[in-house]
Design a protein around this ligand. Structure first.
Ligand code: PLP
Length: 392
């Protein structure tokens, strides 16, 4: 087994989620009228209540999706399409550091002439200045999409201030909170947002299921047309087992959230202190604890190639990310690191609910030995290539 420090890409299933997944694996169709179908529907509705309780909304405002990507796409495209047809091209504001699940659908809409897009830059610590973002909003803006926390460097945005400043503007405020949910409170009323995306495999639920929070009254055009499940917003047979496990996983994560955040903060401090004393190793992201995720330590390595890093980590049995996990698995320049002007080869170490203090000490021992050796071996072959994107 490798030493797993890639919880931002996927965190292991929590036992509560595993039990739910097992018990609903053979569920009947949750839309069927017979007793077995009603039984499965109960599991779906219970999960909806668990999710609603965790983020402080009503169950009606929850739609289950196939993951964070679909939840983001549903909010972004759904809101834009609901605003279309008024004779003007809707305007959208987003940030340069959004996950691909937000920035790509927006670029796609812009390339088709369906929206006018303003992309606001982030500061060098990865955070977006709320004032700059709000200043980019125009009378014709229909959507503002700003991520709650960045998946690569863990920078947390002040979404609540942005939403408060836009409270009197009719635009929809969407936030991708996929990375925030395990360690931060995501009460939607406190955040003041209209739509939000979550992904179960980032908080101890299974892969392949996510959540779109759509505040009551926000018009959203469905992405999928078919049987009209989930009040017509998301057609397709309910994935009862995945949904039940998503609800159970989120309830468990929520109960553990404060303790987990405190534990991971300690791990993060310990790793940062032990690794940034090495030559050519710096930490990116905000310095203040309240502005960064407890789960993320994002380092930039000077004179180390991403290939050497990836081979080196494999050879010592550390599962970590040399960027964000991307769909193709291919290393490509990170738009986030490019946007903040960072240079060097990224190493993202992310912890989660299964990480122990012993794991951290082992990782430190191994990395303190490995990283300087990679640096030496890269010398003379043009080390320190460029900003490669981590997987997710
Ligand atoms: N948004 C962020 C910030 C993420 O980190 C991810 C993870 O990959 C996603 C969206 C996409 O979620 P999913 O993998 O469930 O499609």
């Amino acid at each position: 087994m490798s030493l797993y420090l890639d919880h931002a890409a996927t965190t292991p299933l929590r036992p509560e989620a595993r039990r739910a997944l097992e018990s609903w694996r053979d569920a009947a169709n949750a839309s069927a009228a017979h007793a077995d179908g009603r039984h499965a529907r109960t599991a779906v509705e219970q999960a909806r209540e668990q999710v609603a309780a965790a983020i402080g909304c009503t169950p009606h405002e929850i739609v289950f999706t196939s993951g964070g990507t679909e939840a983001d796409n549903l909010a972004v495209k759904g809101v834009v399409w609901a605003a279309a047809g008024r004779g003007v091209v809707p305007h959208v504001v987003t940030t340069a550091v959004e996950h691909a699940a937000v920035i790509e659908p927006l670029r796609w809409l812009a390339s088709r002439g369906e929206i006018a897009l303003t992309v606001v830059e982030a500061a060098s610590d990865g955070r977006v200045d709320p004032e700059r973002l709000v200043d980019a909003v125009r009378p014709d803006t229909v959507l503002v999409a700003v991520m709650a926390a960045n998946n690569e460097i863990g920078a947390i945005n002040d979404v609540a201030s942005i939403a408060t400043a836009l409270a009197d503007h009719p635009c929809v405020v969407h936030t991708d909170a996929v990375q925030m949910v395990a360690t931060r409170n995501l009460d939607v009323a406190t955040l003041g947002i209209d739509t939000m995306a979550l992904s179960a495999h980032k908080f101890g639920g299974p892969q392949g299921v996510g959540v779109a929070y759509l505040r009551r009254g926000v018009p959203v055009v469905p992405l999928l047309h078919g049987g009209g499940q989930d009040r017509g917003v998301r057609s397709g047979t309910f994935a009862a087992g995945l949904i039940a496990a998503c609800g159970a996983g989120l309830a468990a994560a929520e109960a553990d959230r404060a303790a987990l955040a405190a534990r991971l903060e300690g791990f993060s401090d310990r790793m940062t202190q032990a690794l940034t004393v090495l030559e050519g190793v710096t930490r990116t992201g905000p310095s203040a604890t309240e502005h960064r995720l407890a789960s993320h330590v994002h380092l930039l390595l000077e004179d180390v190639t991403s290939e050497a890093l990836s081979l080196g980590l494999d050879s010592v049995g550390i599962a970590a990310s040399g960027g964000a996990a991307c769909g193709s698995g291919a290393a490509k320049p990170s738009h986030v690191l490019t946007a903040i002007g960072a240079h060097g080869t990224p190493l993202r170490l992310t912890t989660g609910w299964t990480t122990t203090a012993a794991d951290i000490e082992r990782a430190i021992d191994v990395l303190v030995d490995l990283l300087p050796r990679l640096r030496t071996s890269a010398a003379g072959v043009g080390g320190g290539l460029m900003n490669l994107a981590p997987v997710s």
